[in-house]
Design a protein around this ligand. Structure first.
Ligand code: ZN
Length: 234
């Protein structure tokens, strides 16, 4: 049997210039992750579907994801054009992407989202994806830098959106990102907030928070910090 080609192509209408272009996707049957980190960064045997999340219009350079708006408002078009579009040199990201190309699409999506003042939740997620890209490469300094940016944005989302639909996941993620940047005090605060909130019914997220809190306790003991966040006296 011939081996299945992992990528297929779909057509997108650009939400900025309305140009139609192709972008690649990984076949759903090949999307199964072989491993996943506690902050949902996933690893794949073959092609990484995360490399294909961003769709880049070759004509105007506008980069978006499935979660972006269908159409931009006039002020957003102008803002994008002033900040990004007028410097765009036509490039096509529609075919297979390597790590460098995938990272470039995420950075482009980030500056596009910032130029049109997209939702904080979308910007937080792009920053988090950029951190994962550096994690895949083992570049810890850049990974930590982007984890901090995304964490700040997730906290902002939580503070502005208040208690809403997907809060348990957001609270868990904030706790886990604090743990990953070694801010153990804040990690404990967010995990315990999630576990002790009587209104939260998301059993999977509560379990995940308990598991990561246990790992955190071990980390803190290893670092000479007691489990309740105070410096060890021994
Ligand atoms: Zn376009």
């Amino acid at each position: 049997m011939p081996e299945l080609i992992p990528l297929y192509s779909i057509k997108i209408i650009c939400c900025n210039c309305e140009h139609e272009f192709s972008t690649s996707r990984v076949r759903p049957s090949l999307k199964k992750a072989i491993r996943r980190d506690a902050d949902f960064c996933s690893y794949y045997k073959n092609e990484n579907p995360d490399y294909y999340v961003v769709r880049v219009c070759p004509s105007c350079g506008f980069a978006s994801t499935e979660n972006s708006a269908d159409k931009l408002a006039d002020w957003q078009r102008k803002s994008f054009s002033d900040q990004v579009g007028k410097r765009w040199i036509s490039r096509d990201f529609g075919e297979k992407r390597d790590w460098e190309a995938a990272l470039e699409t995420y950075k482009l999506a980030l500056i596009c989202a910032q130029s049109i003042k997209d939702k904080d939740r979308i910007i937080a997620s792009l920053l988090h994806h950029i951190a994962w890209m550096y994690r895949y490469k083992g570049d810890t300094a850049q990974e930590q830098r982007f984890l901090r940016y995304s964490l700040d944005m997730y906290v902002k989302v939580f503070e502005n959106d208040g208690i809403g639909g997907n809060d348990a996941r957001l609270m868990y993620l904030i706790g886990e990102l604090y743990r990953r940047i070694s801010d153990f005090g804040n990690a404990v605060k967010w995990f315990s907030r999630l576990i002790n909130d009587q209104k939260i019914m998301d059993a999977a997220m509560i379990r995940a928070a308990r598991e990561q809190w246990a790992i955190l306790r071990e980390q803190m003991q290893g670092d000479g910090v007691s489990p309740d966040g105070l410096p060890s006296t021994t």
